[in-house]
Ligand binder design. Structure first.
Ligand code: NAD
Length: 518
């Protein structure tokens, strides 16, 4: 099929689009699990029926190989949709709390309710997975959804604007295309939830705008994800997996290894192993290879080239570029110092700086002196080395002896920590992001006989009867907590009182059931 033309949504139509989704949502049609499952299956078949056009769109937008789109996006997306389809009935079911003497009579229940009309703003680099993956969670949660794609992927953005309404209920799910003016208008409105995936600079704009409407936001941001190398690693496999993670999508991957920390004495040997992998991956040179993507646009090309031009490290592989083709050659730079241009921001391009360190302790210190990364990679055969790095750092995820693949693991959340993002999506985590857990209870009148002590006028007897009911008894006082002079421990429940109340409650409950069934 030919990719349709990219058309921006008129800014002035945006409030009306949101209102009509709100109206359709209020009709209650998303409440039924049957409806949600049907929409999920429709979404799955949208992907399955359109593999070719989706691949074509990303070949146009990113120069990306079809195989890479399948491996890195399509499988993942279909996996997320299928997980939601198979589990939505279980996830959406109200949950009764386990038996608690104090509360069981009130049938305390957690209802899983959709947050409403939600907004998913996503970036250019993995636009299929980062839109339709979380969308599956939003559909399963019963939300109405506005997708806001990146203006930097006009082919993909036009494709979904054209095709999604042919598969999904257009009253409930829609696409708003455009750039900053459209995004700004969307952000003036209140949403049940915003999921923003993209860079931290725009993340700050989104969070500030959402604060004005008190809209809850999950952020999936980027940053510099390090790889820590132990000389005691499987050198060939480590180099292969690291280069694959770095060079896929021309380095424009949020969880790409951004830089490598290697002991000085091992740096040359490790760099050599990386170079050999690059010769294997792109025997004719990446510039001529169909397996290598280009930079998304001139701005990002110039940004990465600027970082590379300013480096004081030694380029031991690559270094060339071609502006017309938005091509930056896969590049390895050794001897990079902490204050180098390549360490000044997330590279988000196919340039891999190697930062030599003394040992693992210095590597850990280096990581901890910076923002918590989205991913942390460790290459080692030693259990002690792996756990030392994991135990002493913080990151969105910590992956040993591989890169990127954690995004595909069913049951894993995908997200950062601190400056690399808050909240996580994928599978059940997406469902949870778009679900409000609404506690409900229904307190029968007969519970008055246990709880009437809460009403004024307060008396010592009433207070003590309530304390027995609601103030929990603690484990016995530990020896490291000496009793302070003059403190009086509050009276808490005594076991005989509790048993008495259990007997009364069970008898009362039984009596009511017998009466009801008579
Ligand atoms: P981008 O330029 O495509 O922008 C992302 C989204 O923000 C787009 O939809 C865009 O239209 C919107 N936007 C841009 N300017 C805006 C503004 N002023 N106001 C409101 N919205 C605006 O992508 P990007 O930000 O360059 O994406 C790359 C970044 O995203 C990298 O830092 C990468 O690490 C990060 N990322 C993170 C994840 C993750 O899951 N944590 C995934 C992919 C990318």
């Amino acid at each position: 099929m030919t990719i349709p033309a990219y058309v921006e949504t008129p800014v002035e139509r945006i409030p009306e689009i949101r209102d009509s989704l709100e109206k359709a949502f209020r009709s209650g049609k998303t409440k039924s699990v049957k409806y949600r499952k049907e929409q999920l299956l429709r979404l799955a078949y949208f992907v399955k029926d359109n593999v070719k056009p989706l691949q074509e769109a990303l070949a146009k937008d990113l120069g990306r190989a079809d195989a890479e789109t399948s491996i890195l996006e399509l499988g993942n997306t279909l996996g997320d949709i299928k997980t939601s389809y198979e589990n939505v009935a279980k996830w959406a079911k109200p949950e009764r709390l386990p038996f608690m003497f104090n509360w069981f009579a009130m049938k305390p229940t957690l209802r899983k309710e959709p947050k409403g009309v939600v907004l998913i703003i996503f970036p250019f680099n993995y636009p299929i997975w980062l839109s339709l993956g979380p969308m599956a969670g939003a559909i399963a949660a019963g939300c109405a959804v506005v997708l806001k794609p990146s203006e930097l992927t006009p082919a993909y953005s036009a494709l979904i604007a054209e095709l999604l309404p042919k598969y999904l209920d257009p009253e409930i799910y829609t696409v708003v295309n455009g750039a900053v003016p459209q995004a700004t208008k969307l952000l003036e409105l209140r949403w049940g939830q915003i999921l923003y995936t993209g860079g931290g600079r725009v993340g700050q704009i989104i969070l500030s705008a959402a604060a004005k409407t008190l809209t809850p936001v999950s952020t999936e941001l980027g940053g510099k994800s390090p790889a820590v190398i132990d000389p005691n690693c499987d050198l060939k496999t480590s180099a292969k997996r690291l280069i694959w993670g770095k060079m896929s999508n021309s380095g424009q991957t949020c969880v790409a290894p951004d830089y490598v920390l290697v002991p000085k004495a091992f740096e040359a040997q490790f760099a050599q192993a990386l170079k050999e992998v690059l010769y294997d991956f792109y025997p004719e040179g990446a510039g001529k290879s169909d397996s290598f993507s280009h930079m998304i646009n001139g701005g990002h090309f110039e940004r990465v080239k600027g970082l590379l031009d300013a480096t004081h490290g030694e380029i031991v592989y690559g270094g060339s570029s071609d502006k017309e083709k938005l091509f930056i050659e896969p590049t390895i730079v050794t001897g990079v110092k902490a204050d180098d241009s390549l360490m000044s921001e997330e590279i988000f391009g196919p340039v891999l700086p190697i930062v030599p360190v003394e040992d693992v302790d210095e590597a850990i210190e280096f990581i901890n002196a910076r923002d918590h990364p989205l991913a942390l990679y460790i290459f080692s055969k030693s259990a002690a080395f792996k756990s030392k790095v994991i135990e002493n750092t913080q990151s969105g995820s910590a992956i040993v002896n591989d890169t990127l693949i954690h995004g595909a693991v069913e049951g894993f959340p995908f997200g950062g920590v601190g400056p690399s993002g808050s909240g996580a999506h994928k599978g059940k985590f997406s469902f949870d992001m778009f679900t409000h857990i609404r506690p409900t209870l229904d307190n029968p009148s007969w519970v008055e006989m246990m709880m009437s002590g809460r009403y004024p006028p307060y008396t010592v007897a009433k207070a003590s009867s309530m304390a027995k009911l609601i103030i929990p008894s603690l484990p016995s006082r530990p020896s490291y907590l000496p009793k302070l002079e003059g403190t009086v421990a509050p009276k808490t429940s005594n076991r005989w009182g509790v048993w008495f109340l259990v007997a009364v409650a069970v008898a009362g409950y039984g009596l009511i059931r017998v009466r009801r069934s008579a």
